[in-house]
Design a protein around this ligand. Structure first.
Ligand code: HEC
Length: 131
């Protein structure tokens, strides 16, 4: 009888152990999310970048505050105003404002999500094309 109790206890411990162990393993694949964000070939100014400006910047940058980031005006404003240095995100005022590193933080209240900042950085590093 005592043996039986021991076997039951052992079984319970084994089940708890296995459950905990499998939960631990379920959590392992998480870092893959980071790769999803990083691999973006051929970022499009029109389809990827302008929507970020339209959503987050044009409340203020609509002609009164430079650069004008409204659709149709933003590319010329960024390149003519030297806010972007093609293929050099670290040297680009636009990127510095998004990271808040070397220029005033933009948007001033709350930084963009990192994925959006990365996208702008990749667009610059891919030549800052009007694509
Ligand atoms: C709440 C208003 C507001 C929002 C939203 C805003 N900006 Fe600005 N931005 C300003 C003002 C005001 C200035 C000029 C004064 C300054 O540099 O702080 C400015 C300046 C800038 C400059 C020029 C900085 C320089 O050093 O010459 C850039 C580039 C810029 N913003 C980009 C952006 C981008 C990109 C967004 C959206 C992701 C954005 N801003 C959102 C108000 C805003």
């Amino acid at each position: 009888m005592k043996n039986m109790k021991n076997i039951v206890q052992l079984f319970v411990v084994a089940v708890i152990g296995l459950t905990t162990y499998s939960c631990y393993h379920d959590k392992l694949p998480e870092p893959i999310v980071e790769e999803e964000v990083i691999i973006v070939d051929n970022v499009s100014f029109k389809d990827d970048i302008q929507p970020i400006f339209t959503q987050n910047c044009i409340n203020c940058h609509n002609g009164t505050t430079a650069p004008n980031l409204t659709a149709g005006n933003s590319y010329a404003a960024l390149t003519n105003g030297n806010y972007v240095t093609p293929s050099d995100k670290a040297g680009s005022v636009l990127y510095k404002t998004l990271t808040g590193n070397g220029a005033s933080q933009m948007p001033p209240s709350l930084p963009l999500e990192q994925a959006k900042i990365n996208l702008v950085g990749q667009w610059i590093d891919q030549g800052a094309l009007n694509n």
